[in-house]
Design a protein around this ligand. Structure first.
Ligand SMILES: [Zn+2]
Length: 118
């Protein structure tokens, strides 16, 4: 099993999607099939460690049906990743931006506002 961040992100996104869409605590058959497929594609990716994220990759190695499914997962889980897995989501965004333009700037938001206790 590849221990790449890409795989972990994918796994997190698919389980998030499944929990909400299919009301399944563990991945349902449908979704584990998708994850397994994605894992295989990742393992065979010719870019190896230098790969861009699959979202911006120009090879599009997914079969059309699987692409449709993974795209649906990303549309759903992409924005939600910020809430559930902020670190992963941030890294994912940075990666995507890097491969798009070579430049990235993420403004760090600080949360040091005084908290009120009662
Ligand atoms: Zn599912």
């Amino acid at each position: 099993m590849p221990a790449e961040p890409e795989y972990k992100t994918l796994q997190a996104m698919i389980s998030l999607f499944c929990r909400h869409r299919h009301k399944s605590d563990n991945l349902c058959t449908h979704c584990s099939e998708l994850l397994e497929y994605a894992e295989q594609r990742l393992a065979k990716c010719p870019f190896g460690d230098n790969k861009p994220t699959c979202r911006v990759c120009h090879i599009h190695c997914y079969a059309p049906e699987m692409r449709k499914r993974i795209a649906e997962v990303m549309r759903f889980s992409g924005p939600r990743m910020i809430l559930h897995h902020p670190i992963m989501a941030l890294r994912y965004l940075v990666q995507t931006r890097k491969s798009n333009s070579g430049v990235h700037s993420i403004s760090e938001r600080r949360t040091d506002a005084p908290s009120r206790n009662e």
